[in-house]
Write a protein that binds this ligand. Structure first.
Ligand SMILES: C[S@@+](CC[C@H](N)C(=O)[O-])C[C@H]1O[C@@H](n2cnc3c(N)ncnc32)[C@H](O)[C@@H]1O
Length: 204
């Protein structure tokens, strides 16, 4: 099934595969996101079980969670990234399960995950499924760019993939929001400023 998927003509997959092949996944920053590390105390206190990293890329955040004791499903559209990550976690014997998935057509299982991560990826049609996929007391940690990336920082970006002000806050208002911010951070990969919204929220 995955081989057939890998040869399909999915423009986003082709674009990301090209990006990862050109740069080489070994050269990408592998330190986890600051917003995730900032909440390590909460993560350590959380019941251990399944975690999910959506659009995992090189798996830097999935690996961080596995090292804290979670068993992580790491999903991404790019077979280049998924194959690279599969080899890495096998060699290092980490509890990360990389899976090739197009999230545009994926169905997340209900009430399964203690932790869900969504970093640097925006697919609004997933929001409801993300809430449903959290187990009771499960925690969502989310960070991606806002429209301030264009409006304040003057950067070029497809506005379709930028959050509106307060959008993330309202999108997960069925959860208990523990932390929320809209700010400018320095992107670890490019070392350039990036306008983001960041959220930590717990299933009631
Ligand atoms: C900016 S990278 C972020 C990677 C990772 N979350 C991080 O912060 O390091 C975006 C990722 O989204 C993945 N992606 C794009 N469209 C996707 C889709 N429809 N389904 C699954 N993954 C997708 C890309 O392959 C890429 O790895």
């Amino acid at each position: 099934m995955h081989a057939a998927f890998a040869t399909s003509h999915n423009p986003a997959r082709i674009r990301w595969n090209e990006k990862y092949s050109q740069r080489g996944l070994d050269s990408l920053r592998d330190s986890p996101s600051n917003w995730l590390v900032k909440h390590e105390e909460l993560l350590r206190a959380q019941a251990k079980g399944w975690a999910l990293d959506l659009a995992c890329g090189n798996g830097r955040n999935a690996i961080y969670l596995a090292r804290l004791g979670f068993t992580v499903e790491a999903l991404d559209l790019s077979d280049v990234a998924i194959s690279w990550l599969a080899k890495k976690v096998r060699t290092q014997q980490l509890a990360v399960h990389p899976k090739l998935r197009d999230l545009e057509s994926a169905t997340l299982p209900a009430a399964r995950y203690q932790i869900i991560l969504n970093f640097n990826y925006l697919q609004r049609s997933l929001f409801e499924q993300i809430s449903d996929a959290l187990s009771p007391s499960g925690v969502l940690i989310f960070e991606t760019m806002t429209r301030d990336h264009i409006e304040v920082l003057g950067r070029e970006f497809n506005s379709k993939y930028l959050l509106d002000h307060n959008e993330l806050l309202h999108a997960f208002s069925d959860l208990r929001v523990l932390h929320y911010r809209e700010t400018v951070i320095i992107d670890k990969a490019s070392e350039k400023p990036k306008a983001v919204a960041s959220l930590v929220a717990r299933k009631k």
